[in-house]
Design a protein around this ligand. Structure first.
Ligand code: GLY
Length: 264
């Protein structure tokens, strides 16, 4: 694997608040970008910035992650989150309960031998690292399918992609969407970080995030590749992506409304 970490790079960040969300949900995304950007400007790492951004969006009840995560058909709130770094680390949790900020649990798996934990095991891991159990409200909104995400590059050239979701509305308990599945909802390598949003089953079938990264590796322009990624889906399948390469600014694109913002 090529390793560009350690070289001087220009920091950048891009965040989204989920395909299917309208402009009224933009403020939480703007606040997330601002928080991550401030960390980068003070020399913080891409990981710290990505986590801070995603926590802000998880705490925003308008967005489908953390506090605003969609409640399952059995009335439970089960959340998914994942983090991947350009230096080859991955951590994800799925169907975790009683956890306000699942992204912080996923991030703690980056340095562990086990890189994905589900349900009870994920929650017990959170207990073991001192993340308190909390009753998280969740949302019964019938629309708005999706997920929050951030992709960040720091001054060392490290890229980090992070996503968190309550999944789609009224899914059964135990259902796993694209977010915790490496290469489907999330991918990060030394060339590009990608976070997907939309109907998890469809994104999983297409392995969209890693396939977008493959096209970037072939030398295609990032914006063109995102258009290609969207065009792999019929227009009635809601999907969107944010992406950030090893140079330049981040982009967001969706086949529906999707609040997103970038700095860099
Ligand atoms: N894209 C989020 C999910 O389907 O779970």
């Amino acid at each position: 694997m090529m390793d560009n970490v350690g070289t001087i790079s220009s920091p950048a960040i891009v965040c989204h608040g989920g395909a299917g969300h309208s402009a009224k949900d933009q403020p939480g995304v703007d606040a997330a970008v601002e928080a991550g950007w401030n960390i980068l400007q003070s020399g913080g790492t891409a990981l710290d910035a990505a986590l801070a951004s995603v926590v802000i969006m998880e705490d925003d009840p308008a967005l489908n992650a953390g506090t605003g995560g969609r409640i399952r058909s059995d009335g439970s709130l089960q959340l998914d989150a994942a983090v991947m770094t350009s230096n080859g680390q991955y951590g994800a949790i799925t169907c975790i309960q009683q956890t306000k900020n699942p992204i912080l649990v996923a991030a703690k798996l980056l340095d562990e031998k086990v890189n994905i934990l589900a349900g009870r095991g994920a929650r017990e891991f959170a207990d073991s690292i001192g993340i308190d159990r909390e009753d998280v409200e969740g949302s019964l909104k019938p629309t708005g399918n999706d997920t929050v995400g951030a992709v960040v590059r720091d001054e060392t050239g490290l890229i980090v992609a992070a996503s968190s979701t309550g999944g789609c509305t009224a899914m059964p308990a135990g259902r796993i969407g694209d977010v915790p599945l490496i290469g489907a909802g999330l991918w990060c390598d030394e060339r590009v970080g990608i976070a997907a949003t939309g109907i998890g089953e469809q994104i999983t079938l297409k392995m969209s995030s890693v396939r977008i990264a493959d096209r970037v590796a072939e030398g295609h322009d990032l914006e063109e590749v995102l258009k290609w990624g969207i065009n792999q889906y019929p227009s009635d399948v809601e999907v969107g992506f944010i992406a950030l390469a090893s140079e330049g600014v981040g982009f967001g694109l969706a086949n529906t409304k999707m609040p997103w913002a970038s700095k860099g």
